[in-house]
Design a protein around this ligand. Structure first.
Ligand code: AMP
Length: 393
């Protein structure tokens, strides 16, 4: 059965449970980037046109039980109140207190925001009682938390199963994200994929699937050293994650079969240690001396990547090309972000670190789509059925 969309629901005076991704970065209790709140607004505002009986739920960060106050959604509630002109009541202890009763007691201009879902063990454990309590007495469950839709957690993939199909739908953000990712597959070639970051294990699945329909696969970041090692280059002290010869062989065989070009760095910015005061040194070769580690792509690699990007009609980018958090190793990531932003093509960027780089350079408007979900977009492109969507079918 297809998934229902938000504007197929008659929301008038209904009780609505709305799962959003309000996982914003906080510093000393201040929101430092409210992109995710802004991305959630169209759905929230749409619902509020029809009903104020709304209970919003989100996670924030990774609370451990020791540091919960740091991860409170209180600052998010205050900002939401300003943005929608309602009183936002922050509800705690909803693992014990029924949410539906609180909803029934709401005043005309009030809505509920549940305190950080991850303060309760039931969320990550997908506990059936916790799920039941979230949606008991609810008329509609709406999920618009794209950044969390790949999680098998209570509010995402457990709670919706407690309701019939007619009672659940996706919000506008998830719809927009899925359309943007779907378009990558048929927007036109050359389709270039740029992957960086450190963890190869997270990206093997997506690489194998993207090889079915991309033309160029550019590998940067620490991932590149796993590939260079397979190609029998010297990688010195560079981080080599999850080196599995048979998987690497499978990737190259598939690339050959599908005529996909895999591009690796041809030079590197290196140092003896991974630290902010390490002295950066450019190595003009694929091979890295034994006492050095590669921490960014070098100038010739940047030029090669730009050449491929310039001829592309479709581009997907996930993951930094170097340790972009440290200024002397950030040039590769910044240069490639700018190069993609300048292209007249269909471009999508996803992933927390790549997004941070795009925001640092104020390039958000130069991309066709900036995804709010790195992990979710990779799993979608991997061809996996996302648990949060499956639960709405
Ligand atoms: P991931 O979570 O797999 O996307 O990895 C992101 C992290 O990869 C960032 O924190 C980067 O600093 C890191 N990274 C990128 N390039 C390198 C590199 N050459 N060596 C070590 N870490 C890197």
């Amino acid at each position: 059965m297809p998934i229902q969309r938000l504007n197929q629901l008659d929301l008038t005076d209904r009780y609505v449970f709305l799962r959003l991704d309000l996982n914003v970065p906080l510093k000393n209790g201040q929101i430092t980037d409210e992109s995710r709140i802004q991305a959630a607004l169209p759905t929230l505002k749409h619902i509020l046109q029809f009903t104020n009986r709304v209970c919003i739920a989100s996670h924030l960060g990774r609370p451990t039980g020791q540091n919960d106050e740091e991860f409170s959604l209180a600052p998010v509630g205050e900002r939401l109140a300003e943005l929608v002109g309602k009183e936002v009541l922050l509800m705690r202890d909803y693992d014990k207190e029924p949410i539906d009763q609180a909803l029934r007691q709401l005043g005309k201009n009030q809505i509920i925001l549940l305190e950080n879902l991850r303060f309760y063990k039931g969320e990550k454990q997908n506990d059936p009682n916790f799920c039941e309590n979230l949606v008991k007495g609810i008329d509609y469950y709406v999920n618009d938390a794209f950044g969390a839709v790949h999680r098998e957690h209570a509010s995402i993939s457990g709670a919706p199963y407690k309701l019939a199909h007619a009672k659940k739908a996706v919000g506008f953000l998830i719809e927009k994200e899925l359309n943007a990712l779907e378009k990558l597959k048929n927007n036109g070639s050359p389709f270039t994929v740029v992957l960086g970051g450190a963890k190869v294990s997270d990206k093997i699945g997506v690489i194998l699937n993207l090889l079915n329909y991309c033309n160029n696969l550019i590998i940067g970041g620490a991932m590149a050293y796993t590939f260079l090692k397979f190609k029998e280059h010297k990688v010195g002290l560079s981080k080599v994650d999850d080196y599995k010869e048979d998987l690497m062989r499978a990737i190259y065989e598939k690339a050959r079969k599908h005529n996909v070009r895999i591009l690796l760095p041809v030079d590197h910015v290196c140092a003896t240690t991974f630290s902010a005061d390490a002295k950066a040194e450019v190595i003009h070769s694929e091979n890295i001396p034994d006492h050095l580690m590669g921490l960014d792509i070098g100038p010739n690699s940047i030029r090669n990547i730009k050449n491929i990007l310039e001829g592309s009609r479709t581009v997907f980018w996930n993951g930094p090309l170097g340790v972009f958090e440290i200024p002397q190793f950030s040039e590769g990531t910044r240069a490639i972000a700018k190069a993609i932003g300048n292209l007249d093509c269909y471009s999508v960027v996803g992933g927390g670190d790549s997004l941070a780089a795009v925001n640092q350079e104020k390039l958000g408007d130069d991309f066709s789509h900036v995804s709010t979900g790195g992990g979710a977009s990779l799993e979608f492109l991997e061809g996996k059925k996302l648990p949060g969507l499956k639960a709405l079918e």
